[in-house]
Design a protein around this ligand. Structure first.
Ligand SMILES: Nc1ncnc2c1ncn2[C@@H]1O[C@H](COP(=O)(O)OP(=O)(O)O)[C@@H](O)[C@H]1O
Ligand SMILES: [Mg+2]
Length: 256
């Protein structure tokens, strides 16, 4: 076997796929342009690193379990003027994550809470922060299951480790005392350690009812709100945007 083929095998063995792919053409360039060895190695290794980083980002986005992949660039801020666009883009710098702050999106159904939460999650996942999206209902189901199987502590640790945990739709379904208690334990574990993003359609003053227990609801809110960014969205649902437009547009007879 030629040294050239041995080298290709070595690159394959070391899983340096990009370098291996580039090498055949690259060798010609090096020769024709008289590129120094160090520069060539630097260039090749940078290509490999870039490729590996991109792949790791894609994997992190995929395992984050987002319900859809929509970015901030897909969000129409003109439609929802109560949202401070600058504040959202500021959050996308992820300083909140470094500071272990939370984000609470509050507003009616369809105003874009989940979209914005997901968009910020995607920014973090692309930067390879371990991120996870789950609905409040599914999260409590998982915690209940773990509790009944005597492995609650491990499950709490599992959910506590995410740099960003997005808990979607708190308050859409009532939560019983046991569920409230389990959720509280998780939020208490994450408090000042990692960032949590929540979306809710319920005013915080109503959380006592949602959680079937005002004391737990208060304790939980306390930990969520301390060091947090609260985004209140006042507006109409984006889901019925076109329907509203249609109903407000007079037809050819001039009637609505
Ligand atoms: N301002 C907006 N610009 C673009 N798409 C939006 C906007 N607001 C909501 N959407 C889209 O409308 C749908 C409902 O939004 P979603 O974020 O799920 O609402 P919520 O979580 O507040 O109920 C999603 O498909 C979302 O991408
Ligand atoms: Mg939602």
């Amino acid at each position: 076997m030629s040294n050239y083929n041995k080298l290709l095998n070595n690159l394959e063995f070391l899983k340096l796929d990009k370098i291996r792919n580039y090498l055949p053409n690259y060798l010609e360039t090096i020769a024709s342009k008289d590129i120094p060895f160090v520069d060539a190695m630097l260039d090749l290794t940078e290509k490999e690193i870039e490729f590996k980083n991109e792949r790791a980002s894609k994997i992190q986005v995929a395992v984050s379990a987002f319900p859809f992949e929509k970015g901030l660039e897909d969000f129409n801020f003109d439609y929802q003027p109560s949202i401070n666009k600058k504040q959202i883009y500021d959050l996308a710098t992820l300083r909140f994550l470094e500071n272990k702050e939370n984000i609470l999106f509050y507003g009616n159904s369809g105003v874009g809470k989940t979209h914005l939460a997901v968009s910020l999650g995607i920014v973090a996942a692309k930067k390879r922060y371990i991120t996870y999206f789950i609905s409040c209902h599914d999260l409590i189901t998982q915690l209940n299951k773990a509790h009944s199987e005597n492995r609650l502590e491990a499950k709490l640790k599992h959910y506590a480790k995410y740099k960003i945990l997005i808990i979607d739709e708190i308050g859409y379904l009532p939560i019983d005392k046991q569920g409230a208690n389990l959720l509280f334990q998780l939020i208490a574990k994450r408090y000042e350690k990692n960032s949590t993003i929540i979306t809710t359609n319920q005013m915080f003053s109503k959380w006592g009812e949602v959680f079937s227990d005002p004391v737990i609801a208060n304790a939980l809110l306390d930990r969520l709100i301390h060091h947090s960014h609260i985004i209140k969205i006042k507006g109409t649902s984006y889901r019925i945007k076109d329907k509203i437009d249609i109903s407000e547009t007079p037809d050819s007879t001039g009637k609505r």
